[in-house]
Ligand binder design. Structure first.
Ligand SMILES: Cc1cc2nc3c(=O)[nH]c(=O)nc-3n(C[C@H](O)[C@H](O)[C@H](O)COP(=O)(O)OP(=O)(O)OC[C@H]3O[C@@H](n4cnc5c(N)ncnc54)[C@H](O)[C@@H]3O)c2cc1C
Length: 368
């Protein structure tokens, strides 16, 4: 029986695995359905990180995209805005450096409760474990419409080059929708972006709500050079896309309809991975998964969540520089239950801004 099983070897699973290795924790493993950094490997070719990387480590503020306090994607690649494939490579290097026990091509399917923990049924057999750490992310659970075959989701695009050459309709105008619009318009397409709300308009300072500076800057440059190629339509909420002899028809909440020859490109985000995959193991309040102060399920004890689905009050942990601060909080609680003293590690992580236990204090407010 394993003490700890981490499901998923993305940014969160690798970061959490490093903490366990730093503690010389003997009895854990990470299972991954694809390869390390699978989601990042599947990003469209042209997609780049929004958060810049910079080797600021050692001064209390590690590289924003690092998953450990002693690594830096900026150092590894000499770049600020990495591609998905580069970041997956960074995660592989971290996994190698820390000799993480990762079993690839192993998909967690069912999870059963047993006397002393859980049984994880995988395509490679059954794993019994006391603690489960869900690090499955969101990329594999895209938000779709009732007829998913009539749309293309951002996460299904390998490269924008293979899409260009047509008038395009993009639904959604936050990070992925604006990114899709920029890529397609730069390739010469005329793009209509339809959205119910957009981070372009948001007053909030938090980049989890407001469009990030990098994307905003790219979009403004696009409007300077090719304003005629982009049409932004606000306050329209898509409910379905149907297919008929003439192509595709988009249906909106207010009854409006719009026609398109091509399948519309859906950029409406992702659903929370753990609760989508295993709804019985979590409480969902209609907006988000409900977790306790240690990011543990309120329904199934000893099941913790790390990654972008963690939310507490106004704190949305959807960026790596945010959710990495919760790894040690989860570990501290498991250590307490196991009677282990990990205060040295906690202190080191606190010194490096890799520890955040007071979520009430992290609303983003900028005076100017
Ligand atoms: C286009 C785009 C741009 C982004 N840009 C940024 C950015 O600039 N900065 C930033 O901080 N964040 C960014 N993000 C968000 C960031 O990518 C995610 O927050 C991050 O990937 C979450 O890490 P994770 O480990 O939780 O999930 P993932 O990286 O998705 O890893 C989850 C892993 O779990 C595996 N898995 C899933 N289900 C199972 C299963 N049942 N069994 C076994 N394995 C499973 C998957 O294969 C995957 O490898 C971006 C996201 C997108 C989509």
């Amino acid at each position: 029986m394993n003490k700890i099983t981490i499901i998923g070897a993305g940014a969160a699973g690798i970061g959490m695995g490093v903490i366990l290795k730093q503690l010389n924790y003997p009895d854990f493993q990470i299972i991954e359905q694809g390869e390390i950094g699978d989601s990042f490997q599947k990003w469209p070719n042209e997609t780049r990180f929004i958060t810049p990387s910079f080797t600021s480590n050692g001064f209390g503020m590690p590289d924003l995209n690092a998953v450990t306090i002693d690594t830096s994607p900026a150092y590894t690649f000499g770049m600020e805005h990495l591609s998905g494939r580069q970041y997956a490579h960074y995660l592989k290097l971290v996994a190698q450096a820390y000799q993480l026990p990762i079993i690839e091509h192993t998909t967690a399917k069912d999870i059963l409760t047993v006397d002393d923990g859980y049984q994880v049924i995988t395509n490679q057999g059954t794993i019994t474990t006391k603690y489960l750490i869900m690090a499955v992310g969101q990329y594999h659970t895209p938000r779709l419409t009732p007829h998913p075959e009539n749309v293309v989701h951002y996460s299904q695009v390998d490269s924008w080059e293979s899409f260009s050459g047509h008038d395009q309709i993009i639904v959604g105008a936050n990070e992925s929708g604006i990114d899709a619009a920029i890529n397609l318009a730069q390739l010469g397409d005329k793009v209509t972006v339809i959205t119910d709300e957009t981070g372009l308009d948001a007053d909030e300072a938090d980049p989890s709500i407001r469009l990030a500076p990098h994307t905003r800057h790219r979009f403004m440059n696009l409007l300077l050079d090719h304003a005629d190629r982009v049409n932004l339509v606000r306050h329209q909420h898509l409910v379905d896309v149907i297919h008929n002899d003439h192509g595709y028809e988009l249906l909106f909440e207010d009854g409006r309809r719009m026609k398109s020859k091509e399948r519309p490109i859906l950029c409406i985000g992702f659903s929370a991975g753990p609760v989508t995959l295993w709804p019985d193991l979590f409480r969902f309040d209609g907006h988000q998964m409900v977790l306790n102060e240690f990011d543990e399920s309120t329904v199934a004890s000893n099941i913790f969540v790390v990654g972008p689905d963690v939310r507490h009050q106004d704190a949305i942990f959807c960026y790596i520089y945010k959710f990495r601060q919760r790894f040690s909080v989860v570990m501290e609680e498991i250590a307490k239950r196991e009677g282990l003293d990990i205060s040295d590690l906690i202190e080191a992580n606190q010194r490096n801004d890799f520890y955040l236990d007071d979520c009430g204090s992290c609303g983003v407010a900028c005076r100017c």
